[in-house]
Ligand binder design. Structure first.
Ligand SMILES: *[C@@H]1O[C@H](CO)[C@@H](O)[C@H](O)[C@H]1NC(C)=O
Ligand SMILES: *[C@@H]1O[C@H](CO)[C@@H](O)[C@H](O)[C@H]1NC(C)=O
Ligand SMILES: *[C@@H]1O[C@H](CO)[C@@H](O)[C@H](O)[C@H]1NC(C)=O
Ligand SMILES: *[C@@H]1O[C@H](CO)[C@@H](O)[C@H](O)[C@H]1NC(C)=O
Ligand SMILES: *[C@@H]1O[C@H](CO)[C@@H](O)[C@H](O)[C@H]1NC(C)=O
Ligand SMILES: *[C@@H]1O[C@H](CO)[C@@H](O)[C@H](O)[C@H]1NC(C)=O
Length: 335
């Protein structure tokens, strides 16, 4: 071990650690005092190094910072106030704010955000105010973006490229009080209905409500999104297009023809049943008549036979005998 190479890096490391721990350092072109660091308009293009670890309020507004590094930011675990307004940040990655979970105020307005990852804000369960306004290339927000920011009270979404919002993104924001929505190209189609209903029932304050209007479709352009719930419900739930009328007409025709066929079938069945019954009862009648004729013929025969007997015997007892025999055969014919 040479004496020259040993202490050098160790001393560097020590002084770096001392600088971090003591908080005596202050980034170039910034003012640091009483846990507050102000780097407003310092021509920064990157997140500054040498930040005092005890910083609670950090002003980085009006610079040209393009990226928020999670690791460097994560050293500032006491940070409660972070102003990134008016920079050129393009995206916010998942867990960017994982180390600054005490954050109460976050301003990302007037940047160039194109996307916010769904779990970007998930460590920020203490966040009260969030400003992402003036990001015209921000076209959508994931429905999980605000899933864990349950302390949020003021949310500014003005002047972005947002066309629609999923109301389920707001279901965990039970303390939300103020919501700014103006200057967005809201597309008030049927998918937007649920969000407009949320706006009606949630009793939030919308300070810019008259300027938060639909851009599409043409027939709803200029309607305040806060009031578009009812016409939208009419359009999406009860209003019918000519196509729907054709469909309903077809359905009606189908039901009508099905009914007609059913009635016709029932009628046919009734007629067939009736005629079958009539035929069978006629056959019975014929049977009965046939039997009666047969019986009558037998009686006639018996009568002739007894007459012949009477003639042959000429006794008094015989007629009674023959009559009983005749009645016997008569009852036999009926059995
Ligand atoms: C920062 O951006 C502005 C306009 O976007 C530009 O005029 C200025 O030169 C940039 N500054 C630096 C230090 O890059
Ligand atoms: C902002 O982002 C858009 C889309 O990514 C890009 O076209 C544009 O150049 C960016 N603007 C600035 C000033 O960086
Ligand atoms: C949501 O907030 C809770 C409470 O602070 C925290 O424990 C949890 O890790 C957070 N969830 C995510 C996905 O960050
Ligand atoms: C959000 O930022 C914009 C632009 O920086 C500003 O005009 C607006 O007042 C801020 N919103 C709130 C609620 O402070
Ligand atoms: C409504 O518009 C949004 C945004 O363009 C789109 O994602 C959605 O599919 C549309 N919904 C319907 C029912 O057209
Ligand atoms: C609406 O927009 C107009 C013009 O952009 C502005 O003068 C007015 O103050 C805005 N109203 C609200 C309530 O934001």
């Amino acid at each position: 071990m040479s004496p020259a190479s040993g202490p050098g890096p160790r001393w560097l490391l020590f002084s770096f650690g001392l600088g971090l721990v003591s908080g005596s350092k202050c980034p170039k072109n910034c003012q640091c005092q009483a846990q507050e660091v102000v780097c407003t308009g310092s021509q920064l293009t990157e997140f500054p190094l040498d930040m005092p670890l005890s910083t609670r309020r950090l002003y980085l507004n009006n610079n040209n910072i393009t990226f928020v590094p999670a690791l460097t930011l994560g050293l500032l675990s006491d940070l409660v106030y972070l102003d990134f307004r008016n920079n050129q940040i393009r995206e916010v990655m998942d867990y960017t704010f994982i180390g600054v979970f005490r954050l109460i105020y976050l301003d990302l307005s007037t940047n160039n955000l194109t996307s916010i990852s769904p779990f970007s804000f998930s460590p920020l369960s203490n966040l009260v105010q969030l400003n992402i306004s003036n990001n015209p290339h921000l076209l959508s927000l994931n429905k999980y973006t605000f899933a864990n920011t349950s302390s949020l009270r003021h949310l500014d979404l003005r002047n972005t490229g947002l066309q629609t919002l999923d109301p389920s993104a707001f279901q965990n924001l039970l303390t939300l009080q103020t919501l700014y929505l103006s200057g967005n190209p809201w597309k008030c189609n049927c998918s937007f209905l649920d969000f407009t209903i949320y706006l009606i029932v949630s009793h939030l304050s919308h300070p810019d409500a008259p300027n938060a209007t639909c851009m599409e479709p043409a027939e709803l352009a200029g309607w305040p999104v806060e009031q578009v719930g009812n016409p939208l419900r009419y359009m999406c739930v009860t209003h019918l297009d000519s196509q729907d009328y054709v469909f309903l007409l077809l359905i009606g025709f189908c039901i009508f023809s099905a009914g007609t066929v059913a009635a016709w079938l029932t009628g046919m069945c009734a007629v067939i049943y009736q005629s079958a019954r009539r035929r069978s009862s006629e056959a019975e009648d014929e049977d009965e008549q046939g039997q009666r004729v047969e019986v009558g013929r037998r009686i006639f025969h018996i009568h002739r036979w007894s007459l012949r007997q009477k003639k042959q015997q000429g006794t008094r007892q015989a007629p009674f005998l023959t009559r009983s025999r005749a009645s016997h055969s008569l009852s036999g014919a009926y059995i």
